[in-house]
Design a protein around this ligand. Structure first.
Ligand code: PNS
Length: 166
């Protein structure tokens, strides 16, 4: 077990699918916290149906975090703060890319803080090379046969091409 001394963090998201930007945040969180639970939303809120099942989305992430002993991936269908509590997490870690992320995250922060003032939300800025990378952007590229190299893990790129190429 890692001994960073900062407890357990949840890195939540839809991860439909996971991108290299998500994996960058998960890896960086694993260097700061003793344990990281990647929480894959199994019940999209205010969003369209996901392209990949929760099981697939969990597996895509598990396949990439092999070396990170202190990271575990689980699907959840409850309130995020309840999921965090259930796993003894004291923090929620999320990535911030551009200013456009701010308003949504600001709202989520207020909601989560109101329900669980004891769980701190912490934001990590996306690494510059991933600042404009999103799961929805990647799906759109895949739909039009764009090159996904350097955006998502290779097995995910293959599955996206299979699922979306016209
Ligand atoms: O942008 P994402 O990836 O869809 O974010 C999902 C999540 C859970 C991180 C965000 O919606 C959030 O912080 N929600 C707080 C409210 C909540 O717990 N919703 C239930 C999710 S199952």
């Amino acid at each position: 077990m890692s001994t960073n001394g900062n407890g357990t963090a949840v890195c939540p998201g839809s991860y439909d699918p996971v991108t290299l930007g998500h994996l960058d945040i998960i890896t960086r969180a694993s260097e700061v916290f003793d344990n990281v639970i990647v929480g894959v939303v199994n019940q999209p809120v205010r969003k369209q149906k996901t392209l990949f099942s929760a099981e697939d989305r969990v597996k895509f992430i598990q396949a990439e975090i092999g070396d990170l002993q202190n990271v575990h991936v689980l699907a959840f269908a409850t309130l995020l703060v309840d999921f965090a509590r259930e796993h003894g997490a004291n923090a929620i870690v999320k990535g911030l890319r551009a200013i456009s992320d701010f308003e949504y995250e600001f709202e989520m922060n207020q909601l989560n803080r109101k329900m669980a003032p004891d769980i701190e939300s912490i934001y990590m800025f996306a690494s510059p090379q991933y600042s404009f990378l999103s799961s929805s952007g990647v799906k759109e590229l895949a739909m039009f046969g764009g090159d996904l190299t350097g955006l998502v893990p290779d097995p995910v790129a293959a599955r996206l091409e299979e699922a979306l190429k016209r």
